[in-house]
Design a protein around this ligand. Structure first.
Ligand code: AHR
Length: 627
């Protein structure tokens, strides 16, 4: 393939290009990026998922049950864990199984706390214990409980690491110190968090995200913003303030969300990784296909406006003052997405077009004229959002589909900024298949695999080549807890044991493409060849002052030779070629990596032509510094 990259007539690319989408699915919030280690810490429940004592067990003959006291720890947390000693006379207590185990890492300080009320007076021991009863770390807390609730803190610092996460957190005390029963709530244990934030995020998963160089953050994304059925929706007002004031939310993926990971935590997350928030607001649709009428919608539009005031208003505004009182300055918001995939529902689609999107759009624009409002659907087949609003395009596909989508966005106009809010190859190609299996249990790919990741790269280069129309693209879903998941494949897998965190082949693909940004796309003139089986974009970066070409080679018959030049780059210039490749069908094993990175220096010929070749199923970036 021979081509020349022009030095003029370019198009500025989107400043966002690659981003991150998050929703609590696959225990990716609770039990995932939200670093809390205790599962079911506050016995939250509702009509969809009633409160339960699951994940808690009595120890040494104690009995445990849920209790709705007349004086709970807070109105938001009405249900507590009541512990009685029964006939036990020795040490009694209870334990938590964590999010399928607890990590124990030598020298790490885990910070814990709990609220207690009732008849316990004496020392309570908190201990990280293996299933084989090895005690990794313990703390003694002198408890003097009474009719009113009080909070206690503890820390645990193991001196050796556990070989796995088969550990529990045990709370024990002498039976003789207990009169009648004692009640506990909001029992918590955190490892160190990213940027040491209180109530913060898991370090290895944040580092995994940082490695994607994400520029935008779509949250709360996906179905989880919607709610399964009335009256539950992602009500931001219930996700702010002290943890004791957050009742929790019946998530749409089969489990309760604690909402410890709330609106402010999302904003800090975006801030910590330098991401522009694309804030999703609820659009009046439940997943059971219940939709609000236009009149019923108005309080929820007001709630979205309140949310924006909460995030951006100053202390003279009602909601801005509440944020300031929590100790935070403003969080600028430039993008709001209304709902998620609203066009998919039989009632949802028409009502979204008739009034739901319009009413949110008009109200937000009236107050924030410069804000980009993103509709939750977009398809080139005539389904463009109104008012030049942005539109969210989702693509879950098989490789044969996505690898043919290099030119897909060429057909879109520049009238509506395109957000690829979710994309992924979710299944292998199979004879005759034109699309993926939608049932995650029906043999869908468990993890991303290499030729799928290369097909995704072709799709993304197609988006890059149309970057002037784009906001950017985000893989979905981002995380998978290996112990409980509803959707496969996912970008990053993990469980409670830090050594199991796995960056998928698609993670390596994004790491390469997102890590080198073209700020101006430039036209390409072929002297020989065409795009298939090599797909590429080229341009330059104002940031690094370099010329850049990015490639994906797919389904070739062998190595593909390239001969290319950048107008204005002279003879004997040098460039750095980085390409990644892996066996075609390979996926990353737990904690491992099959993707190989190759880097090499390429020197131009006397007339400025760079010659190199790339293997089949490879993704590459070639960068020539202007100097
Ligand atoms: O990413 C998983 C789900 O796929 C999202 O919740 C939804 O938006 C899409 O259908």
């Amino acid at each position: 393939v021979s081509f020349t990259v022009s030095s003029s007539n370019g198009n500025a690319t989107s400043p966002y290009q690659y981003g991150f989408m998050f929703e609590d699915i696959n225990n990716s919030g609770d039990g995932g990026v939200y670093a809390e280690l205790i599962q079911n810490r506050a016995f939250q429940g509702n009509a969809i998922y009633p409160s339960t004592s699951d994940y808690w067990n009595p120890l040494n003959g104690a009995s445990i049950k849920l209790a709705n006291l007349t004086n709970p720890v807070s109105t938001a947390l009405p249900t507590s864990l009541q512990v009685s000693k029964g006939n036990a006379t020795d040490t009694v207590g209870f334990s938590n199984v964590g999010f399928w185990g607890f990590p124990v890492v030598a020298g790490t300080t885990y910070k814990g706390s709990f609220w207690v009320q009732g008849g316990l007076n004496g020392n309570l021991t908190v201990c990280l214990t293996s299933n084989g009863n090895q005690q990794w770390a313990e703390a003694e807390v002198s408890v003097k409980s009474s009719a009113t609730w009080s909070q206690y803190n503890y820390t645990l610092t193991p001196s050796q690491s556990a070989p796995n996460s088969n550990n529990t957190l045990n709370f024990t005390f002498a039976a003789s110190d207990l009169t009648n029963s004692v009640n506990f709530n909001l029992l918590s244990l955190f490892p160190p968090t990213y940027n040491n934030r209180e109530n913060g995020l898991r370090v290895d998963l944040m580092e995994a995200m940082a490695g994607l160089y994400p520029s935008f953050f779509r949250a709360p994304g996906g179905n989880n913003v919607e709610g399964n059925a009335p009256p539950y929706w992602w009500n931001w007002t219930q996700t702010i303030g002290p943890l004791a004031d957050r009742p929790g939310f019946p998530g749409t993926w089969g489990y309760e969300n604690t909402d410890g990971l709330g609106l402010i935590e999302y904003m800090l997350w975006a801030q910590d990784l330098g991401m522009e928030p694309i804030l999703a607001v609820w659009s009046g649709l439940w997943l059971n296909n219940t939709v609000l009428t236009e009149a019923e919608l108005q309080p929820y539009i007001q709630s979205a406006l309140d949310e924006l005031e909460f995030l951006m208003g100053d202390a003279s505004t009602t909601w801005g003052a509440k944020r300031e009182a929590l100790g935070y300055g403003p969080f600028p918001i430039n993008f709001v997405e209304v709902g998620n995939e609203d066009s998919l529902q039989p009632v949802g689609g028409p009502t979204y077009r008739d009034y739901r999107f319009k009413d949110f759009h008009d109200a937000i624009k009236a107050k924030y004229p410069n804000m980009t409002i993103v509709a939750s659907f977009f398809d080139v087949a005539g389904d463009a959002p109104p008012y030049n609003a942005g539109g969210d395009f989702h693509e879950y596909a098989i490789p044969v589909q996505m690898s043919s989508q290099f030119f897909y966005f060429d057909n879109y106009t520049e009238n509506n900024p395109i957000l690829i809010g979710e994309y992924a190859i979710i299944d292998y190609d199979s004879p005759g298949a034109t699309g993926p299996k939608w049932n995650a249990g029906a043999g869908r790919s468990f993890t991303p695999f290499w030729y799928g990741s290369v097909a995704e790269a072709i799709f993304l280069l197609g988006a890059e080549r149309n970057s002037q129309k784009m906001i950017g693209a985000a893989y979905a879903p981002s995380f998978q807890n290996l112990n409980k998941w509803q959707w496969i494949p996912d970008l990053v897998e993990y469980d409670a044991y830090p050594g199991h965190t796995t960056l998928s082949t698609s993670w390596y693909m994004i790491n390469l493409l997102s890590g080198t940004r073209i700020t101006e796309n430039l036209p390409v003139t072929f002297t020989e060849g065409d795009y298939n089986p090599a797909y590429f974009v080229a341009g330059r970066s104002e940031v690094t002052g370099s010329h850049i070409a990015k490639f994906a080679v797919y389904n070739s018959t062998g190595d593909v030779p390239f001969s290319m030049s950048f107008q204005g780059v002279g003879g004997y210039a040098q460039g750095n070629l980085t390409y990644i490749t892996a066996p075609m069908n390979a996926s990353n094993p737990i904690g491992g990596n099959v993707v190989q990175t190759h880097t090499t220096t390429v020197t131009a010929s006397r007339n400025g032509t760079f010659a190199f070749s790339l293997p089949e199923y490879s993704i590459a970036v070639f960068e020539v510094s202007a100097n």
